[in-house]
Each structure stands twice: as structure tokens, then as C-alpha cells.
Design a protein around this ligand. Sequence first.
Ligand code: ADP
Length: 568
Amino acid sequence: MIGVFAYQGELAAINDWSPLLEYLNTAIPEHRFYIVNRDLEGLREALKANELDLVITNPGYYIEMESEFGISRIATLVSPEAETPARALGAVVFTRASNTQLRDLSDLSGKTVAAVAPHGFAGYLIAARELAQHQVDPETDIKEMRFVGLPMGGIIGMVQRGEVDAGIVRTCLLETAAKEGLLRMEDFRVLSPRKFEGFACVSSTPLYPDWPIAVTRRTDATLAKAVARALLAMPPIRDGVSWTVPADYQPVHELYRELRTGPYTYLRDITPEALARRFWPWLLGIVIVLTGWVIHTIRVEYQVMRRTAELQDSLNARKAAENRMRAHQEQMEHLSRLSILGELSGNLAHEINQPLTTIGTYARTVLRRQASGILTPDAIAEACAEIASEADRAGGIVQRIRHFARKRVATREPVVLRAIAQEAVRLIVGMLAHTPDIIIEDRAEGKGVVLADGPQIQQVLLNLIKNAIDAARDLPPDRQTVRLTIEASDEHVQVHLDDHGAGLAPDQRAHLFEPFFTTKPDGLGLGLPICKTIIEAHGGRLWAEDNPDGQGMRFSFSLPGAWHEHAT
Ligand code: ADP
């Protein structure tokens, strides 16, 4: 059975295609051919119902059905109007000759246009593509696109009566009607008219391939072959119509793709708008999540900033407090150093006086000898050497006191405890008239090194030594000896200061490290608290206990060792 697309209506189709039917029935007698004339929907239904073996339709419907039902062309029509079947079909957009406004396709913007149907190939789509090329969007720029259906002849009448500004029909329809005396070409004007070589009719668009005849999926292969062979061999019938090898329908595909219709309708779905329409719930979700995230981030950022500012403030406040404390502490230390000096300097005048007296004596001796005329160069040299040595002694005492009393800022460097202890002892010996024996015993074997502020540690030692001397001041000389022991392990250095003094009653010992606790008439009670602060600031510990010898007290401090650093 042959299905034919009847664009001019069923009756016209029967007339058109009956010579072909006759030919096929004669050429292939073992088969009986029938023709059914259908509109697009009719053809579709027949294909769906699997009723057709052959389909003759326009190129547009052909590619639609090709993709939908898998029909496949075996020959292309050759019309008498077109020399090349590949360029045989176009659309004519026309108006009444009296309508002088419309000359070009671009003039159609805002006008009323009649066409066959949104799917119509020559009756709409070919013209629609051309309109688009003339910057007129057929879907939005035309005032009204009136789809009036088949047959196409109706459109000519509408234009003639002025019901629409322009009409769209396939090429050659006007010329054929004129030939049949149904109209006069001069009554109409074709918009953007074009003439093509080898094509008899006027067109408003480029030309596309002519109608194909196609086999369907159910068509028997031998029958398909026989039909193809018969068609190619068919002499021109019905006004010179014949068949040739199938044309290339690629231009038709391009048209559909460009207009995003037929098999290419899906292309409409991938425009940004279409995607947005399809996925808007997702987009909305993403936007909400993103907004939430942004707000959250900003909030967190703000909170972090606020917390950082608060922390910074409190850090600054702490730093300021620490600075104040350090300043106080330095002041206290200074005060305490001065106080030790004050206590020690009772005899200072006497100490300095001694070298001065000696210097004076030597000077006078020289003068006397000169007066007596017995001054020898040797005597001058001896006197001067003694004078110089005594002056050095006095200078040394003054120097050490000045060094110790200086106001200074804490530092940290490797300090050899034995050296510091010896310096402290020298200072004390230099200032006191009668100093008891102070024995330094270094058992640290080179490990008696701490990372510390030397003068501060010296101050601690001075304090402890002075207290030890004070504790045995009124006791027999054998109890006045003070022993300083330095011991070291790998991690720590310990210093013990042992005296054989009067010791301290247990209830008083509890207050030993409290500020202003003193049992001495001229005491300040600041020495030990300051020593404790200094040692603890160095990461160490200071404590008091009974002298393990049995008499007097032992004051000890322990500091982290630093002999490694000293070695390097
Ligand atoms: P100060 O020497 O001005 O009194 P310190 O803080 O150095 O201040 O000492 C506080 C008190 O601790 C001293 O008055 C003394 O009673 C007691 N003390 C310190 N060292 C000894 C010691 N080695 N033996 C006995 N008592 C001591």
C-alpha cells in the first residue's frame, strides 16, 4: 500500500498520483499497489499501524518520519519545473499587487500572514527560515501567523480578499493556478522574489530537494528493489513527472535544526531559558543554599573578627599589665640591690679608706725621703707600684658596686654559676670589714651552667650569702663559715648555701618568703621574696630547710641546666 501526503486535498491527490499507480501495477504485476491519500496525521497513524509499504511525501515530513518511523528514501521526484531535483522546492511569500507597502520579507514585521500549518514544509517552514534570515522572527515579530490548513489554494483566496497581508505557499502553485486560468499573476506581488537557473517558478526562498518516495520498515527488500528499479525506469508521466536517484536531504535537516523543530525540537530544551524553566527548583535550591552559605560565611567571619578583636584587646591588656609588673619588679630588684648595698656599705667607707691611707702613706714617705735627700729611683718605683695597686683595689670596689647597683633590663644568656658565685663573694669581701670564710665547692663538673640573667642570679647569691653571714654574726668564728655547693645533673643545676647560724623557729619559717618578713632591726624583708621571684622567673625553685650538718640552715635553688648551649 502506498501512502501519499495530499497537500492539495484528497481529490487532487488521486488525480495526481493515479498515473504512477497504474505504472507500478503494470511494471510489477506480482504485486497489487493501492494509494491512500492522507494528511500528516493520517500518514503518521498509518505508519504507526504498520499499514504502509511506500510513502510519498514532502521533504520536511520525510525527515520527520525518517527519524520517527525509520522510513528510507529510494527515489526523488523530478518535476517538469525543476531541472535539478536537489533544487526543486521553495516557498513563495506573496501579497496583493495593490499592497504597495510590502516588497521584501523584512517588511512583514507586524503584519498578518496566512500559512498552512506550523509543520507545513513549503507551506510554512521554508519561509519561516527565510524570514528569520531577514531579521523577522516568525514566532514573535509577525502580528498574526494564521494557520489555515490544507488545501493551499485557500491561502491565495485569503490574500486576494485582503483578509491577510500576505500568504505563504509552495513554489509554482501560483504559476500552475495562473496557467489553469484560476488567477492572474499580475494581481499578486511575490516578496523578495528570486529566480533560479533551471527553475521555472519565482521563489522567495532558496530551493530544497523535491519529494522523495520512501520504503517503510515493513517493506520487503525485493519489493523495495523492484519498486526502485521500476521508478528509475519510469518514463515521464503526468505533466512530465519522473523519478531519479534519491537526492541529498541534508539542507532539509539543516533547516529543521536551525528552526529547532521536527526531529530537532529537543534543541529548544537546551537554551538557557529552557534549562532554567526545567531545572528552576534545583536552581532555586542552589541559590538558597549558596545564599545561606554566603550569609553563614559572613557571620562566621564577623564573629571571628569580633573574637579576634576581643582577644587582641585582652592580650594587649595582659601585656600592659605584664609590662607594669615587670617594671615594678625591676624597680623592686633595684631597690633591693640598693638595700643590700646599704647594709653592706656600713664598712664601705672603711674599706675604701684603707687603700687611700696606704696611698697617702706612700706619697708622704716619698716626699720625706726627697726632703732628706735619700730618695732613690728604686724607692720611687716601689712607692708608685704600691700606690697604683692600692688605687686599683679601691677602683675595683667602686667599680663592682656601680655595676651591681645599675638599673637594668633582664636578659638571658648562658651563665657559669661558679663564676657568678666567685664574683658575688668578691663583692661581699670587698665591702665587709670582716668576712667569714666563704667556701665555694663546684661539683657540677662543667655542667653548672644555666640560661639566665647573670646579675639577677648574682643578686640572689648575694642575698643568700649575706643572710647566711648575718645568721652567724654573733657566733664563734668556726660557726661563721659559709659553704656554697654547686651540683648538676643533665637537666638541672642546684645551688645550696649552708650556714651554721642560729636558724629560724618553725613558726617564723612559714613566713620566710613573705614580703616584709624580717627579724632584723634594719631589715627590709624583701630579699627572699625577690630571690624567689627571680628564680621562678627562670623556671626554677627556691626553698629553705635545715642544714644537713645539723646546725643552721640550708637555702637551695634549682634551675634548668644549659651546659649544652654553653658548650656550643
Ligand atoms: P631581710 O634580710 O631584710 O630581713 P630577707 O627576706 O632576706 O630580708 O630575710 C627575711 C628573714 O628571714 C630575715 O630577717 C631572717 O629572719 C630570716 N633568714 C633569712 N636567711 C636566714 C638564715 N640563713 N638563717 C636564719 N634566718 C634567716
